[in-house]
Write a protein that binds this ligand. Structure first.
Ligand code: UN1
Length: 508
Protein backbone atom coordinates (compact mmCIF):
# COMPACT_ATOMS: atom_id res chain seq x y z
CA UNK A 1 0.00 0.00 0.00
CA UNK A 2 1.29 3.44 -0.84
CA UNK A 3 2.51 5.54 2.08
CA UNK A 4 0.16 8.40 1.38
CA UNK A 5 -2.80 6.24 2.33
CA UNK A 6 -1.27 5.82 5.76
CA UNK A 7 -0.54 9.53 5.90
CA UNK A 8 -4.21 10.27 5.34
CA UNK A 9 -4.79 8.33 8.57
CA UNK A 10 -7.69 6.37 7.17
CA UNK A 11 -7.77 3.39 9.47
CA UNK A 12 -10.68 1.45 8.08
CA UNK A 13 -10.57 1.67 4.33
CA UNK A 14 -13.36 -0.82 3.91
CA UNK A 15 -16.11 1.36 5.43
CA UNK A 16 -17.86 3.05 2.55
CA UNK A 17 -20.90 4.63 4.21
CA UNK A 18 -20.83 7.74 6.37
CA UNK A 19 -23.25 10.34 7.67
CA UNK A 20 -20.55 12.94 8.25
CA UNK A 21 -18.48 11.90 11.25
CA UNK A 22 -19.90 8.40 11.76
CA UNK A 23 -18.88 5.44 9.58
CA UNK A 24 -20.82 2.28 8.85
CA UNK A 25 -19.86 -1.13 7.60
CA UNK A 26 -22.74 -1.71 5.22
CA UNK A 27 -23.42 -5.12 3.76
CA UNK A 28 -23.59 -4.29 0.06
CA UNK A 29 -21.27 -5.84 -2.51
CA UNK A 30 -17.55 -5.32 -2.10
CA UNK A 31 -15.95 -2.78 -4.42
CA UNK A 32 -12.33 -3.48 -5.22
CA UNK A 33 -10.20 -0.40 -5.70
CA UNK A 34 -7.17 -1.13 -7.81
CA UNK A 35 -4.72 1.35 -9.24
CA UNK A 36 -4.32 1.59 -13.01
CA UNK A 37 -0.81 2.91 -12.28
CA UNK A 38 0.63 -0.43 -11.20
CA UNK A 39 -2.36 -2.76 -11.33
CA UNK A 40 -2.21 -3.36 -7.58
CA UNK A 41 -5.29 -3.74 -5.43
CA UNK A 42 -5.44 -0.88 -2.93
CA UNK A 43 -8.44 -1.83 -0.84
CA UNK A 44 -11.89 -3.37 -0.87
CA UNK A 45 -14.79 -1.24 0.25
CA UNK A 46 -18.19 -2.43 1.48
CA UNK A 47 -20.82 -0.70 -0.59
CA UNK A 48 -24.09 0.60 0.71
CA UNK A 49 -27.09 -1.72 1.12
CA UNK A 50 -30.71 -0.56 0.92
CA UNK A 51 -31.24 -0.48 4.69
CA UNK A 52 -28.17 1.66 5.21
CA UNK A 53 -29.27 3.87 2.33
CA UNK A 54 -32.68 4.45 3.91
CA UNK A 55 -30.99 5.24 7.22
CA UNK A 56 -28.72 7.78 5.51
CA UNK A 57 -31.74 9.44 3.85
CA UNK A 58 -33.52 9.68 7.20
CA UNK A 59 -30.42 11.09 8.91
CA UNK A 60 -30.03 13.62 6.10
CA UNK A 61 -33.67 14.69 6.42
CA UNK A 62 -33.27 15.27 10.15
CA UNK A 63 -30.02 17.17 9.65
CA UNK A 64 -31.69 19.44 7.10
CA UNK A 65 -34.25 20.60 9.67
CA UNK A 66 -31.46 22.09 11.78
CA UNK A 67 -28.94 22.99 9.05
CA UNK A 68 -31.39 25.28 7.23
CA UNK A 69 -31.68 27.42 10.37
CA UNK A 70 -27.95 28.18 10.45
CA UNK A 71 -27.29 31.62 8.93
CA UNK A 72 -25.73 31.27 5.48
CA UNK A 73 -22.42 32.98 6.45
CA UNK A 74 -22.07 30.50 9.32
CA UNK A 75 -22.46 27.67 6.82
CA UNK A 76 -19.92 29.49 4.67
CA UNK A 77 -17.54 29.45 7.64
CA UNK A 78 -17.75 25.63 7.69
CA UNK A 79 -16.82 25.55 4.01
CA UNK A 80 -13.95 27.99 4.69
CA UNK A 81 -12.55 25.57 7.26
CA UNK A 82 -13.01 22.68 4.84
CA UNK A 83 -11.04 24.69 2.27
CA UNK A 84 -8.23 25.08 4.80
CA UNK A 85 -8.21 21.36 5.57
CA UNK A 86 -7.94 20.73 1.84
CA UNK A 87 -5.00 23.15 1.63
CA UNK A 88 -3.31 21.13 4.37
CA UNK A 89 -4.02 17.86 2.59
CA UNK A 90 -3.48 19.05 -0.99
CA UNK A 91 -0.31 17.11 -1.53
CA UNK A 92 -1.49 13.87 -0.11
CA UNK A 93 -4.97 13.96 -1.61
CA UNK A 94 -3.53 14.96 -4.99
CA UNK A 95 -1.28 11.91 -4.85
CA UNK A 96 -4.16 9.62 -3.95
CA UNK A 97 -6.20 11.00 -6.87
CA UNK A 98 -3.24 10.38 -9.15
CA UNK A 99 -2.68 6.85 -7.83
CA UNK A 100 -6.28 5.64 -7.70
CA UNK A 101 -7.49 7.36 -10.89
CA UNK A 102 -4.25 7.49 -12.91
CA UNK A 103 -4.09 11.18 -13.89
CA UNK A 104 -0.75 12.96 -13.73
CA UNK A 105 0.36 14.25 -10.35
CA UNK A 106 0.13 17.84 -11.63
CA UNK A 107 -3.47 17.22 -12.61
CA UNK A 108 -4.21 15.45 -9.33
CA UNK A 109 -2.95 18.54 -7.50
CA UNK A 110 -4.88 20.73 -9.92
CA UNK A 111 -8.04 18.86 -9.07
CA UNK A 112 -7.58 19.46 -5.34
CA UNK A 113 -6.86 23.11 -6.18
CA UNK A 114 -10.29 23.23 -7.87
CA UNK A 115 -11.79 22.06 -4.57
CA UNK A 116 -9.96 24.78 -2.64
CA UNK A 117 -11.07 27.38 -5.17
CA UNK A 118 -14.70 26.32 -5.04
CA UNK A 119 -14.52 26.46 -1.21
CA UNK A 120 -13.43 30.11 -1.49
CA UNK A 121 -16.16 30.75 -4.03
CA UNK A 122 -18.81 29.12 -1.81
CA UNK A 123 -17.65 31.15 1.20
CA UNK A 124 -18.16 34.41 -0.71
CA UNK A 125 -21.43 33.12 -2.05
CA UNK A 126 -22.69 32.54 1.49
CA UNK A 127 -23.10 36.32 1.73
CA UNK A 128 -24.49 36.75 -1.76
CA UNK A 129 -27.49 34.46 -2.19
CA UNK A 130 -29.31 37.38 -3.71
CA UNK A 131 -32.84 37.63 -5.00
CA UNK A 132 -34.38 40.56 -6.88
CA UNK A 133 -36.75 43.17 -5.55
CA UNK A 134 -39.54 44.38 -7.84
CA UNK A 135 -41.91 47.31 -7.82
CA UNK A 136 -45.49 46.29 -7.22
CA UNK A 137 -48.28 47.57 -9.47
CA UNK A 138 -50.37 48.10 -6.32
CA UNK A 139 -49.93 50.99 -3.87
CA UNK A 140 -48.60 50.07 -0.41
CA UNK A 141 -47.19 46.78 -1.64
CA UNK A 142 -43.69 45.44 -1.86
CA UNK A 143 -42.42 42.47 -3.88
CA UNK A 144 -39.25 40.49 -3.85
CA UNK A 145 -37.96 37.00 -4.48
CA UNK A 146 -35.89 34.91 -2.18
CA UNK A 147 -34.18 31.55 -2.32
CA UNK A 148 -34.73 28.67 0.07
CA UNK A 149 -32.90 25.36 0.20
CA UNK A 150 -34.28 22.32 -1.62
CA UNK A 151 -33.49 19.70 1.02
CA UNK A 152 -31.47 16.64 0.04
CA UNK A 153 -29.19 16.82 -2.99
CA UNK A 154 -27.97 13.50 -4.44
CA UNK A 155 -24.57 13.69 -6.10
CA UNK A 156 -23.47 10.99 -8.52
CA UNK A 157 -19.90 11.60 -9.68
CA UNK A 158 -17.56 9.99 -12.18
CA UNK A 159 -14.10 8.43 -11.87
CA UNK A 160 -12.29 11.04 -13.97
CA UNK A 161 -12.73 13.87 -11.46
CA UNK A 162 -13.14 11.78 -8.35
CA UNK A 163 -13.04 14.69 -5.88
CA UNK A 164 -13.52 18.08 -7.59
CA UNK A 165 -16.97 17.48 -9.07
CA UNK A 166 -18.29 16.43 -5.67
CA UNK A 167 -16.90 19.63 -4.14
CA UNK A 168 -18.49 21.84 -6.83
CA UNK A 169 -21.83 20.34 -5.94
CA UNK A 170 -21.61 19.77 -2.22
CA UNK A 171 -19.88 23.01 -1.17
CA UNK A 172 -22.36 25.13 -3.07
CA UNK A 173 -25.28 22.98 -1.93
CA UNK A 174 -24.21 23.19 1.73
CA UNK A 175 -23.87 26.97 1.60
CA UNK A 176 -27.40 26.98 0.15
CA UNK A 177 -28.49 24.99 3.29
CA UNK A 178 -29.03 21.75 1.43
CA UNK A 179 -27.71 18.45 2.72
CA UNK A 180 -25.91 16.02 0.41
CA UNK A 181 -25.75 12.32 -0.31
CA UNK A 182 -22.75 11.43 -2.46
CA UNK A 183 -22.34 8.31 -4.54
CA UNK A 184 -18.82 8.43 -5.96
CA UNK A 185 -17.71 6.28 -8.87
CA UNK A 186 -17.14 2.67 -7.88
CA UNK A 187 -13.80 2.97 -9.69
CA UNK A 188 -12.45 5.56 -7.24
CA UNK A 189 -13.98 4.79 -3.82
CA UNK A 190 -10.90 5.70 -1.79
CA UNK A 191 -10.72 9.27 -3.03
CA UNK A 192 -14.26 9.73 -1.72
CA UNK A 193 -13.50 8.06 1.61
CA UNK A 194 -10.44 10.32 1.97
CA UNK A 195 -12.52 13.47 1.32
CA UNK A 196 -15.13 12.42 3.84
CA UNK A 197 -12.42 11.86 6.47
CA UNK A 198 -10.91 15.28 5.74
CA UNK A 199 -14.21 17.13 6.16
CA UNK A 200 -15.39 15.13 9.15
CA UNK A 201 -12.81 16.84 11.37
CA UNK A 202 -14.39 20.21 10.59
CA UNK A 203 -17.87 18.81 11.17
CA UNK A 204 -16.89 17.45 14.55
CA UNK A 205 -15.18 20.64 15.71
CA UNK A 206 -18.14 22.81 14.70
CA UNK A 207 -20.92 20.46 15.79
CA UNK A 208 -22.41 20.34 12.33
CA UNK A 209 -25.54 18.15 12.51
CA UNK A 210 -24.82 14.53 11.60
CA UNK A 211 -26.23 13.89 8.11
CA UNK A 212 -25.34 17.17 6.36
CA UNK A 213 -22.79 15.50 4.15
CA UNK A 214 -23.22 11.78 3.52
CA UNK A 215 -21.29 9.18 1.59
CA UNK A 216 -22.91 6.09 0.07
CA UNK A 217 -20.27 4.08 -1.79
CA UNK A 218 -21.56 1.68 -4.38
CA UNK A 219 -22.31 0.90 -7.98
CA UNK A 220 -25.22 1.33 -10.32
CA UNK A 221 -27.82 0.08 -7.85
CA UNK A 222 -27.02 2.83 -5.32
CA UNK A 223 -27.31 5.36 -8.16
CA UNK A 224 -30.76 3.97 -8.94
CA UNK A 225 -31.87 4.33 -5.31
CA UNK A 226 -30.83 7.97 -5.42
CA UNK A 227 -32.61 8.60 -8.72
CA UNK A 228 -35.83 6.97 -7.49
CA UNK A 229 -35.89 8.41 -3.95
CA UNK A 230 -38.66 11.04 -3.73
CA UNK A 231 -37.03 12.55 -0.62
CA UNK A 232 -34.04 13.58 -2.74
CA UNK A 233 -35.08 16.88 -4.25
CA UNK A 234 -32.24 17.34 -6.73
CA UNK A 235 -30.02 14.74 -8.36
CA UNK A 236 -26.80 16.07 -9.81
CA UNK A 237 -25.21 13.42 -12.02
CA UNK A 238 -21.95 13.50 -13.92
CA UNK A 239 -21.00 10.70 -16.29
CA UNK A 240 -21.94 9.09 -19.59
CA UNK A 241 -24.93 10.12 -21.66
CA UNK A 242 -26.31 6.60 -21.23
CA UNK A 243 -26.22 6.96 -17.44
CA UNK A 244 -27.66 10.48 -17.62
CA UNK A 245 -30.61 9.38 -19.73
CA UNK A 246 -31.48 6.70 -17.16
CA UNK A 247 -31.09 9.07 -14.19
CA UNK A 248 -32.93 11.91 -15.96
CA UNK A 249 -35.85 9.62 -16.83
CA UNK A 250 -36.15 8.21 -13.29
CA UNK A 251 -35.95 11.62 -11.62
CA UNK A 252 -38.29 13.13 -14.24
CA UNK A 253 -40.86 10.39 -13.67
CA UNK A 254 -41.23 11.57 -10.06
CA UNK A 255 -40.98 15.24 -11.15
CA UNK A 256 -37.79 15.73 -9.18
CA UNK A 257 -35.08 18.11 -10.32
CA UNK A 258 -31.98 16.91 -12.07
CA UNK A 259 -28.71 18.54 -13.05
CA UNK A 260 -26.99 16.49 -15.73
CA UNK A 261 -23.41 16.93 -16.83
CA UNK A 262 -22.78 14.23 -19.42
CA UNK A 263 -20.59 13.42 -22.40
CA UNK A 264 -18.81 15.90 -24.62
CA UNK A 265 -17.45 15.73 -28.16
CA UNK A 266 -15.43 18.88 -27.97
CA UNK A 267 -13.81 20.54 -30.94
CA UNK A 268 -11.24 23.25 -31.55
CA UNK A 269 -11.40 25.26 -34.76
CA UNK A 270 -7.96 26.35 -35.92
CA UNK A 271 -8.21 29.27 -38.27
CA UNK A 272 -5.51 30.11 -40.76
CA UNK A 273 -5.26 33.32 -38.73
CA UNK A 274 -4.45 31.51 -35.49
CA UNK A 275 -1.30 31.86 -33.44
CA UNK A 276 -0.24 28.29 -34.17
CA UNK A 277 2.20 28.13 -31.27
CA UNK A 278 -0.43 28.68 -28.61
CA UNK A 279 -2.93 26.61 -30.59
CA UNK A 280 -0.53 23.69 -30.43
CA UNK A 281 -0.27 23.80 -26.63
CA UNK A 282 -4.04 24.14 -26.28
CA UNK A 283 -4.70 21.18 -28.56
CA UNK A 284 -2.05 18.99 -26.99
CA UNK A 285 -3.16 19.49 -23.39
CA UNK A 286 -6.80 19.28 -24.41
CA UNK A 287 -6.36 15.99 -26.25
CA UNK A 288 -3.93 14.04 -24.07
CA UNK A 289 -4.39 15.60 -20.59
CA UNK A 290 -5.94 13.08 -18.17
CA UNK A 291 -5.23 10.56 -20.97
CA UNK A 292 -8.24 11.88 -22.85
CA UNK A 293 -10.61 11.14 -19.97
CA UNK A 294 -12.02 14.59 -19.24
CA UNK A 295 -15.52 15.36 -20.35
CA UNK A 296 -13.93 18.51 -21.78
CA UNK A 297 -11.15 16.61 -23.62
CA UNK A 298 -10.49 17.88 -27.14
CA UNK A 299 -11.73 15.13 -29.42
CA UNK A 300 -11.84 16.94 -32.77
CA UNK A 301 -9.62 19.52 -34.46
CA UNK A 302 -11.27 21.37 -37.31
CA UNK A 303 -8.34 22.88 -39.19
CA UNK A 304 -8.30 25.37 -42.08
CA UNK A 305 -7.09 23.70 -45.27
CA UNK A 306 -4.29 26.25 -45.81
CA UNK A 307 -2.54 25.32 -42.57
CA UNK A 308 -3.75 21.72 -42.25
CA UNK A 309 -0.53 20.03 -43.31
CA UNK A 310 1.80 22.26 -41.34
CA UNK A 311 -0.32 22.00 -38.18
CA UNK A 312 -0.62 18.24 -38.51
CA UNK A 313 3.15 18.00 -38.77
CA UNK A 314 3.68 20.18 -35.68
CA UNK A 315 1.14 18.13 -33.78
CA UNK A 316 2.73 14.80 -34.64
CA UNK A 317 6.13 16.16 -33.63
CA UNK A 318 4.69 17.30 -30.30
CA UNK A 319 2.97 13.94 -29.71
CA UNK A 320 6.31 12.20 -30.25
CA UNK A 321 7.79 14.19 -27.33
CA UNK A 322 5.10 13.04 -24.90
CA UNK A 323 6.25 10.94 -21.97
CA UNK A 324 3.83 8.22 -21.05
CA UNK A 325 4.22 6.38 -17.77
CA UNK A 326 3.74 6.43 -14.00
CA UNK A 327 1.63 9.56 -13.44
CA UNK A 328 3.15 10.05 -9.99
CA UNK A 329 6.48 10.82 -11.63
CA UNK A 330 6.50 14.48 -12.49
CA UNK A 331 8.27 14.09 -15.81
CA UNK A 332 5.41 12.07 -17.31
CA UNK A 333 2.65 13.84 -19.23
CA UNK A 334 0.24 10.96 -19.73
CA UNK A 335 -0.76 8.24 -17.28
CA UNK A 336 -2.86 5.11 -17.78
CA UNK A 337 -6.51 4.72 -18.71
CA UNK A 338 -8.75 3.89 -15.77
CA UNK A 339 -9.13 0.13 -16.44
CA UNK A 340 -9.06 -2.65 -19.02
CA UNK A 341 -12.60 -1.89 -20.21
CA UNK A 342 -11.39 1.61 -21.12
CA UNK A 343 -8.45 0.09 -23.00
CA UNK A 344 -10.86 -2.18 -24.92
CA UNK A 345 -13.03 0.82 -25.82
CA UNK A 346 -9.90 2.64 -27.09
CA UNK A 347 -8.83 -0.34 -29.22
CA UNK A 348 -12.33 -0.82 -30.52
CA UNK A 349 -12.53 2.85 -31.54
CA UNK A 350 -9.25 2.57 -33.47
CA UNK A 351 -10.63 -0.46 -35.32
CA UNK A 352 -13.81 1.43 -36.13
CA UNK A 353 -11.84 4.43 -37.41
CA UNK A 354 -10.02 2.18 -39.87
CA UNK A 355 -13.20 0.32 -40.84
CA UNK A 356 -15.11 3.53 -41.45
CA UNK A 357 -12.42 4.93 -43.76
CA UNK A 358 -10.31 7.06 -41.38
CA UNK A 359 -6.55 7.32 -41.69
CA UNK A 360 -4.31 6.90 -38.65
CA UNK A 361 -1.89 9.82 -38.92
CA UNK A 362 -0.19 8.68 -35.73
CA UNK A 363 -0.77 5.08 -34.69
CA UNK A 364 -2.07 4.06 -31.28
CA UNK A 365 -1.53 0.87 -29.33
CA UNK A 366 -1.06 -0.58 -25.86
CA UNK A 367 2.29 -0.15 -24.12
CA UNK A 368 3.87 -3.17 -22.53
CA UNK A 369 7.03 -4.02 -20.62
CA UNK A 370 8.57 -2.53 -17.50
CA UNK A 371 6.44 0.14 -15.89
CA UNK A 372 3.39 -0.76 -17.98
CA UNK A 373 2.44 -3.98 -16.15
CA UNK A 374 -1.09 -2.79 -15.35
CA UNK A 375 -1.95 -3.05 -19.06
CA UNK A 376 -3.74 0.31 -18.93
CA UNK A 377 -1.15 2.51 -20.68
CA UNK A 378 -1.96 3.43 -24.29
CA UNK A 379 -0.40 5.68 -26.89
CA UNK A 380 -2.24 8.92 -27.64
CA UNK A 381 -3.05 8.76 -31.34
CA UNK A 382 -4.29 10.95 -34.19
CA UNK A 383 -6.74 10.05 -36.96
CA UNK A 384 -7.82 11.91 -40.10
CA UNK A 385 -11.57 11.50 -40.47
CA UNK A 386 -14.76 13.09 -41.70
CA UNK A 387 -17.20 14.40 -39.11
CA UNK A 388 -20.07 12.20 -40.27
CA UNK A 389 -18.32 8.91 -39.46
CA UNK A 390 -20.27 7.07 -36.78
CA UNK A 391 -17.26 6.68 -34.50
CA UNK A 392 -16.57 10.43 -34.63
CA UNK A 393 -20.11 11.13 -33.48
CA UNK A 394 -19.46 9.19 -30.25
CA UNK A 395 -17.44 10.14 -27.22
CA UNK A 396 -14.63 7.59 -26.71
CA UNK A 397 -13.07 8.29 -23.32
CA UNK A 398 -9.46 7.88 -24.49
CA UNK A 399 -6.66 9.93 -26.11
CA UNK A 400 -7.81 9.67 -29.72
CA UNK A 401 -7.76 12.96 -31.61
CA UNK A 402 -9.66 13.45 -34.88
CA UNK A 403 -8.47 15.86 -37.58
CA UNK A 404 -10.99 17.39 -39.97
CA UNK A 405 -10.29 19.92 -42.75
CA UNK A 406 -12.41 23.01 -43.50
CA UNK A 407 -12.57 25.80 -46.09
CA UNK A 408 -14.89 28.49 -44.64
CA UNK A 409 -15.68 29.46 -41.04
CA UNK A 410 -19.35 28.81 -41.69
CA UNK A 411 -18.49 25.24 -42.64
CA UNK A 412 -16.18 24.87 -39.61
CA UNK A 413 -18.94 25.96 -37.22
CA UNK A 414 -21.39 23.64 -38.93
CA UNK A 415 -18.98 20.73 -38.40
CA UNK A 416 -18.33 21.77 -34.81
CA UNK A 417 -22.06 21.73 -34.06
CA UNK A 418 -22.88 18.57 -36.02
CA UNK A 419 -22.55 16.10 -33.13
CA UNK A 420 -25.14 15.04 -30.55
CA UNK A 421 -23.13 16.48 -27.63
CA UNK A 422 -22.65 20.16 -26.72
CA UNK A 423 -20.22 20.66 -23.87
CA UNK A 424 -17.07 22.61 -24.76
CA UNK A 425 -15.69 24.29 -27.87
CA UNK A 426 -12.92 26.68 -28.90
CA UNK A 427 -11.58 28.70 -31.74
CA UNK A 428 -7.98 29.79 -32.20
CA UNK A 429 -7.91 32.94 -34.29
CA UNK A 430 -6.47 36.44 -34.09
CA UNK A 431 -9.27 37.73 -36.30
CA UNK A 432 -11.92 39.56 -34.24
CA UNK A 433 -14.67 38.91 -36.77
CA UNK A 434 -14.08 35.18 -36.67
CA UNK A 435 -13.93 35.12 -32.87
CA UNK A 436 -17.16 37.08 -32.45
CA UNK A 437 -18.97 35.01 -35.08
CA UNK A 438 -17.98 31.86 -33.21
CA UNK A 439 -19.36 33.29 -29.95
CA UNK A 440 -22.57 34.67 -31.49
CA UNK A 441 -25.92 32.88 -31.68
CA UNK A 442 -24.89 31.63 -35.15
CA UNK A 443 -21.73 30.18 -33.65
CA UNK A 444 -20.94 27.37 -31.23
CA UNK A 445 -23.96 25.59 -29.75
CA UNK A 446 -22.01 24.43 -26.68
CA UNK A 447 -22.31 25.38 -23.01
CA UNK A 448 -18.67 26.48 -23.08
CA UNK A 449 -17.15 28.43 -25.99
CA UNK A 450 -13.59 29.75 -25.74
CA UNK A 451 -11.30 31.92 -27.83
CA UNK A 452 -7.56 31.22 -27.95
CA UNK A 453 -7.65 28.65 -25.16
CA UNK A 454 -8.47 24.96 -25.39
CA UNK A 455 -11.67 23.09 -24.55
CA UNK A 456 -10.58 21.67 -21.20
CA UNK A 457 -9.41 23.11 -17.90
CA UNK A 458 -12.36 25.41 -17.20
CA UNK A 459 -12.08 27.71 -14.18
CA UNK A 460 -14.51 27.12 -11.31
CA UNK A 461 -15.83 30.70 -11.49
CA UNK A 462 -17.90 30.01 -14.61
CA UNK A 463 -21.03 27.90 -14.86
CA UNK A 464 -19.95 24.47 -16.08
CA UNK A 465 -22.04 22.23 -18.33
CA UNK A 466 -23.40 21.82 -21.82
CA UNK A 467 -26.31 21.47 -24.16
CA UNK A 468 -27.98 18.67 -26.17
CA UNK A 469 -26.90 15.21 -25.02
CA UNK A 470 -24.54 16.80 -22.51
CA UNK A 471 -27.69 17.21 -20.44
CA UNK A 472 -28.24 20.95 -20.04
CA UNK A 473 -27.12 21.24 -16.39
CA UNK A 474 -24.82 23.92 -15.01
CA UNK A 475 -22.75 23.55 -11.87
CA UNK A 476 -19.84 25.29 -10.14
CA UNK A 477 -19.59 29.09 -10.52
CA UNK A 478 -21.59 32.07 -11.86
CA UNK A 479 -25.20 31.73 -10.67
CA UNK A 480 -25.30 27.92 -10.90
CA UNK A 481 -26.15 27.98 -7.16
CA UNK A 482 -29.75 28.81 -8.08
CA UNK A 483 -30.27 25.21 -9.21
CA UNK A 484 -29.66 24.12 -5.61
CA UNK A 485 -32.43 26.34 -4.23
CA UNK A 486 -36.13 26.95 -4.68
CA UNK A 487 -37.27 30.41 -5.61
CA UNK A 488 -40.10 32.04 -3.74
CA UNK A 489 -41.89 35.21 -4.81
CA UNK A 490 -43.18 37.31 -1.92
CA UNK A 491 -45.73 40.12 -2.06
CA UNK A 492 -46.39 42.12 1.09
CA UNK A 493 -49.28 44.53 1.55
CA UNK A 494 -48.53 47.24 4.12
CA UNK A 495 -51.55 49.41 3.24
CA UNK A 496 -54.98 49.39 4.91
CA UNK A 497 -56.84 48.38 1.74
CA UNK A 498 -56.78 45.28 -0.41
CA UNK A 499 -56.41 46.30 -4.04
CA UNK A 500 -56.38 43.32 -6.41
CA UNK A 501 -53.84 42.88 -9.16
CA UNK A 502 -54.79 43.62 -12.79
CA UNK A 503 -57.19 46.29 -11.50
CA UNK A 504 -59.91 43.75 -10.70
CA UNK A 505 -62.77 45.09 -8.57
CA UNK A 506 -64.35 42.54 -6.29
CA UNK A 507 -66.80 44.04 -3.84
CA UNK A 508 -69.71 42.46 -1.99
C1 UN1 B 1 -15.12 16.61 -16.05
O1 UN1 B 1 -14.35 16.11 -16.88
O2 UN1 B 1 -16.12 15.97 -15.65
O3 UN1 B 1 -12.84 21.88 -17.39
C2 UN1 B 1 -14.90 17.93 -15.40
C3 UN1 B 1 -12.18 20.92 -17.01
C4 UN1 B 1 -12.20 20.61 -15.52
C5 UN1 B 1 -13.42 19.86 -15.13
C6 UN1 B 1 -13.75 18.68 -15.97
N1 UN1 B 1 -12.14 21.84 -14.80
O4 UN1 B 1 -11.53 20.21 -17.75
Amino acid sequence: MQNFLKELKISELNKGVSTGTKWFSASGEKIISSSPVDGKQIASVNSCDKRSFDYVVETAQNAFVEWRTWPAPRRGEIIRQIGNELRRHKDILGKLVSYEMGKSLQEGMGEVQEMIDIADFALGLSRQLYGFTMHSERPGHRMYDQYHPLGIVGIISAFNFPVAVWSWNSFIAMVCADVCIWKPSEKTPLCAIACQHIISKVFKENKVPEGVCNLVSGGREVGEWIANEPKIALVSATGSTRMGKAVGAAVGARLGKSLLELGGNNAIIISKEADLNIALVGCLFGAVGTAGQRCTTTRRLIIHEDIYDIFKKKLIQAYRQLKIGDPLKEENHVGPLIDHDAVDAYLNAINQIKKQGGNMALAGGILSGKGFESGCYVKPCIAEVTNDMEIVQHETFAPILYLIKYKTLEEAIEIQNAVPQGLSSSIFTLNLREAEWFLSSKGSDCGIANVNIGTSGAEIGGAFGGEKETGGGRESGSDAWKVYMRRQTNTINYSDTLPLAQGIKFTV
